[in-house]
Write a protein that binds this ligand. Structure first.
Ligand SMILES: CC(C)(COP(=O)(O)OP(=O)(O)OC[C@H]1O[C@@H](n2cnc3c(N)ncnc32)[C@H](O)[C@@H]1OP(=O)(O)O)[C@@H](O)C(=O)NCCC(=O)NCCS
Length: 198
């Protein structure tokens, strides 16, 4: 078995969608939560690989992608691009949210259909990231190696810090992030914003 980390290649896009869906319910398979299996990847994975492909790395076992890390180096600029360039066609593709629902799917639909752009900034931690590995790639040290690969790339771009959001229910990921040096920046009702200086 050959396991390695390599830069993103455009042919990885179907795997990004699949891995995002299969880990999207607080680390577990979210297929049952999404009638459209591409929504979660359209929100949390693929736009990063399109916007800044040099900040997407893929974990590959015997040639097949089983995990990824992806990031944006300047979060407010990425949010602006999403609002102006990425979301408009998705507003045609996906339904409007149920106004009373606050589940993850409806929150994503709300963000996609929101027309006003509000820059979101975490001072000192301009980059943000997402990391997801299928069960067969977990627990072997590859999550940390993906992180180190991204941190090196961000340092080479003089980015001073990176943040991420994680749900309280995802205790495995919270434990992992804290173990590898992420500090609590903000506690929310839904989870935590964690940050790491580079
Ligand atoms: C969270 C995730 C990225 C971690 O990756 P991983 O490959 O399983 O973790 P690693 O094997 O690289 O662990 C690295 C270190 O963190 C430690 N660690 C891992 N999980 C831990 C936990 N829950 N609590 C404490 N330490 C933990 C490991 O023991 C290891 O420590 P060491 O370097 O001192 O030996 C991976 O499990 C995953 O993708 N889960 C599903 C998707 C997900 O939840 N993504 C996050 C969404 S916010």
């Amino acid at each position: 078995m050959t396991t390695l980390i390599r830069p993103f290649h455009p042919s990885d896009i179907p795997d990004l969608y699949n891995i995002c869906l299969k880990t999207g319910d607080n680390g577990n398979d979210a297929s049952h939560l999404y009638e459209d299996r591409y929504l979660i990847g359209d929100f949390y994975a693929v736009p990063y690989a399109i916007y800044q492909p040099e900040l997407t790395f893929v974990l590959v076992v015997d040639g097949r992608p089983v995990g990824y890390i992806l990031a944006a180096s300047d979060t407010p600029e990425f949010e602006r691009w999403k609002s102006e360039e990425w979301f408009p066609p998705l507003r045609e593709k996906y339904p409007k949210p149920d106004p009373d629902a606050t589940d993850m799917r409806n929150n994503m639909l709300r963000d996609i259909h929101k027309l006003e752009f509000k820059p979101f900034d975490v001072p000192g931690y301009p980059a943000h990231l997402h990391i997801d590995i299928l069960p067969q790639g977990q627990g072997g040290g590859w999550g940390l190696k993906l992180m180190q690969t991204l941190w090196d790339q961000l340092r080479s771009m003089d980015v001073p810090g990176v943040h991420l959001g994680v749900g309280k229910a995802n205790e495995n990921a919270v434990g992992f992030y804290r173990h590898i040096g992420f500090k609590l920046l903000t506690e929310h009702q839904w989870g935590y914003t964690l940050g790491k200086k580079l």
